[in-house]
Design a protein around this ligand. Structure first.
Ligand SMILES: Nc1nc2c(ncn2[C@@H]2O[C@H](COP(=O)(O)OP(=O)(O)O)[C@@H](O)[C@H]2O)c(=O)[nH]1
Ligand SMILES: [Mg+2]
Length: 286
């Protein structure tokens, strides 16, 4: 029987051993999207805390006007205090708002996915990004693209999302599919950690109290069951909790797997188009 501590270590080793694509993509990018207050910034803080071994609150969290994320932030995480930089980046976006012209402008998403948007970009809900601001017609390299989209949703609010919010999420889903990016759903505010984690630590989507929410997310965004993840972010705690760490690490592991799938696909696409342009060049040369 594996103890909680041993299982935590096992997950941690798997995450440490992860290597995306050493030369081309040293760090995969995970985009956190979802309604305002769903726990995106808290998830970054939680991941950072779990790796650091103590609670940290680098990203500002909360629901009052001053705490709402308005800048695009691309966060690095270190493996322990002063440790190595981990092979992933968490990209925190402005929250979605069900009102038009409020919150993240969904038309910004394709630019974010393709890697045009730099760290600390100030979002403007009323005005979509003009790509010409950042580039002169050169598409960003594979390493700058988003490799996994994580829909961050408060598990207690999943069944009450307004039609307008669902429409925005579905639009993002269509863009992600179009860009060849794999998706996961990250359900936050899970209270029944021990129920979610059974003896085999594998009970995530089968826990009785979360069945309806899981089904709902599955239908809404067509996300495979294995990619519907659950966490309980560090919010008011005073110390770390190995059960919470396990959920955080397990979610991250699945995000990295999804990112790998996107990478393989995107690499194949790039190779194919490079071959295509070589062929057409050699044809032109004849
Ligand atoms: N209990 C609990 N509170 C959470 C969780 N995730 C976020 N919160 C709280 O919800 C509020 C909004 O979180 P925040 O991370 O700022 O949401 P964001 O707008 O998506 O970045 C904050 O007060 C957090 O402390 C969670 O998993 N459990
Ligand atoms: Mg935020």
């Amino acid at each position: 029987m594996v103890t909680i501590k041993q299982y935590r270590e096992k997950l941690l080793s798997a995450l440490r051993a992860y290597r995306p694509h050493e030369d081309l993509v040293p760090q995969v990018r995970i985009l956190l999207v979802g309604p305002v207050g769903s726990g995106k910034s808290s998830f970054f803080n939680s991941v950072k805390s779990a790796f650091q071994g103590h609670l940290t609150r680098q990203a500002i969290v909360g629901s009052d006007e001053t705490s709402i994320t308005e800048q695009y932030r691309i966060y690095n995480v270190k493996d322990g205090e002063g440790g190595k930089t981990l092979p992933f980046l968490l990209c925190d976006s402005m929250g979605l708002d069900e009102r038009e012209e409020a919150g993240l402008c969904v038309d910004d998403i394709p630019h974010i996915l393709r890697g045009y948007v730099p760290d600390r970009y100030q979002f403007n809900p009323c005005k979509p990004i003009e790509v010409t601001l950042f580039t002169y017609n050169t598409p960003p390299p594979l390493k700058d693209r988003i490799h996994c989209v994580a829909y961050v949703l408060n598990i207690n609010a999943v069944n009450m999302l307004s039609d307008k919010m669902v429409a925005k999420l579905k639009k993002i889903h269509r863009d992600a599919v179009h860009c060849g990016v794999r998706e996961v759903a990250l359900l936050t505010n899970v209270n029944n950690c021990d129920e979610v984690l059974d003896d085999n630590f594998l009970n995530m989507t089968e826990s009785v109290t979360s069945q309806r929410q899981v089904k709902n997310v599955q239908n809404m965004l067509n996300i495979p069951l294995a990619n519907i993840l659950m966490v309980s972010n560090y919010a008011l705690e005073r110390s770390l909790d190995p059960l919470k760490d396990i959920l955080i690490f397990a979610a991250l592991k699945q995000m990295l797997r999804a990112a790998n799938d996107s990478l393989e696909d995107l690499l194949l696409k790039e190779t194919a188009s490079a071959k295509g342009s070589l062929k057409s060049r050699s044809r032109l040369g004849k």
